[in-house]
Design a protein around this ligand. Structure first.
Ligand code: FMN
Length: 257
């Protein structure tokens, strides 16, 4: 069983492609995370967790959901990450998570995908050509990863240096606390009050008041709300105005999903 979370479609694409190749099912965890649904997930095949990378690790809301999730059946667990090119210490934490769950850690695979962190000018998005190149690269890598999982091989991830752990572990809580505030999200008059932004928020950070989204200050910066808006009515002050947003649907035909 493939369990995934995805805000802008990269991880969803990889999860569904793996599911097709492994003749397995891909389960979107969004609703389960939002509603804290801990009903049993049972699989005869190995569990495969597909996750984006947020600041050098798995999103914390996903990691804490998985920690509590009841996974029954097969005891093997693989991890597949999508990132903008640097997955940091995610594999170390994935191994730790597998051990905490008393499961057999089968390794991690990394897919270098288009970067989706659009609200900071410090991390500019790639060009459309670069995005296409990355997606092509991912498509080429997919059959190799699927074949290794099918054979029951352990996936080999790169070596994590001690300094990476020493930097990331204390840095992340600081980032989480002091990251750019969600007060800077705003809606334009084109907002139709459809509530899609609230529905895609994994941490229920958005409530709709007077047909407009209001952010509740526990944002994880996943970029789902701003990218999901059907009329592009959401902006982040000082950084997204006039910029192209990112969602994989702009590049990949929906039939792949
Ligand atoms: C809050 C946030 C933090 C991110 N941090 C990293 C990072 O540390 N390293 C990296 O290579 N990409 C990083 N990215 C980029 C995403 O991991 C990448 O675009 C991923 O494929 C998005 O997956 P999704 O479309 O399934 O949500 C970050 C994105 C977000 C939204």
């Amino acid at each position: 069983m493939i369990l995934y979370y995805s805000s802008t479609g990269n991880t969803e694409f990889i999860a569904h492609q793996l599911a097709k190749r492994l003749d397995d099912s891909a389960v979107n965890l969004l609703e389960r995370i939002k509603t804290n649904n801990m009903s049993v997930l049972k699989s005869d095949k190995p569990f495969i967790i597909c996750s984006p990378i947020y600041v050098c690790e798995m999103p914390r809301f996903l990691a804490s959901y998985l920690k509590k999730a009841i996974l029954k059946g097969n005891r093997q667990i693989y991890f597949v990450f999508t990132s903008g090119g640097y997955s940091g210490i995610a594999s170390t934490l994935a191994k730790r998570l597998a051990h905490q769950k008393k499961m057999i850690y089968m390794g991690c695979a990394d897919f270098k995908m288009p970067r989706n962190y659009i609200i900071s000018k410090r991390y500019p998005l790639q060009s459309r050509d670069e995005n296409k190149k990355r997606l092509l690269g991912a498509k080429e890598k997919l059959p190799l990863v699927a074949a290794a999982i099918k054979r029951g091989d352990r996936l080999k991830s790169r070596y994590i240096f001690l300094f990476e752990k020493l930097i990331t572990l204390p840095f992340n809580p600081i980032w989480v606390k002091y990251k750019q505030p969600d007060e800077l999200f705003y809606t334009k008059d084109t907002c139709i009050g459809c509530g899609k932004c609230a529905r895609v928020c994994p941490v229920n950070n958005i409530c709709i008041k007077n047909r407009r989204p209001v952010w509740q200050h526990k944002c994880n910066h996943c970029m789902a709300c701003i990218n999901a808006c059907p009329v592009r009515a959401i902006e982040y002050r000082g950084s997204t105005e006039g910029r192209e947003l990112y969602h994989i649907n702009k590049y990949v035909n929906k039939k792949y999903l």
